[in-house]
Design a protein around this ligand. Structure first.
Ligand code: IMP
Ligand code: MG
Length: 180
């Protein structure tokens, strides 16, 4: 059972559902009358992205990008690499980057810079989780789901060494699982 590796459930399925709908409402209000383009950062954002986009009642395009910065560990290596670029052109689009978690800010400060160079009409960041204690690079976060303490969390798309993404809730992983 996956649940045996979880120390504490932080956000239940119901809590996630409610908060995701609130974020979608905020986005709907802010972009009323416009078409948006959601860019999901693979792989962590895929569950959040799927739920979020279905709550947004606006014309919407979707695309995905993949970056690697973590390897198999639980802290950022500091080096960011694009492993899959966008398929769509984002120039003149209202872009919202959708991310699972804003941690050190390393990945997103790098990524946002790259995307800004492609001249979108606007660009904002939406992250389900925010871990501000760990920030080393400042990143502006327009839509934040929940602020969490400095603990390693999994589930609802978030992984440890590619596992636990399929948990329907978000929980703190037992440190014994990663030898902590
Ligand atoms: P950053 O570059 O340090 O902000 O890291 C961002 C990425 O690290 C996220 O997209 C996640 O994939 C991963 N990450 C950071 N914290 C956690 C965590 O607590 N659990 C799982 N993945 C995490
Ligand atoms: Mg990840």
């Amino acid at each position: 059972m996956l649940e045996n590796d979880i120390q504490e459930i932080l956000f239940s399925e119901a809590q996630l559902k409610k908060r995701v709908a609130e974020l979608a409402q905020q986005i709907e209000a802010d972009y009323a009358g416009k078409e948006i383009m959601l860019i999901g950062i693979l792989r962590g954002s895929f569950v959040f992205m799927a739920d979020l986009c279905r709550c947004i009642d606006l014309p919407c395009k979707l695309d995905f990008m993949a970056v690697s910065s973590y390897g198999k560990g639980t802290s950022s290596s500091g080096q960011v690499q694009i492993t899959k670029d966008l398929s769509e052109d984002i120039s003149d689009r209202h872009v919202i980057v959708v991310e699972d978690i804003l941690d050190s800010g390393n990945t997103l400060s790098y990524l946002l810079k790259i995307l800004e160079h492609r001249r979108p009409a606007s660009i904002r960041l939406c992250a389900l989780l925010d871990k501000p204690d760990r920030r080393t690079k400042p990143v502006e976060l327009h839509y934040a789901g929940f602020t969490i303490p400095d603990a390693f969390v999994v589930g609802y798309g978030l992984d440890y060494a590619e596992r636990y993404r399929n948990l329907p809730y978000i929980g703190i992983l037992k440190p014994s699982v990663y030898g902590g």
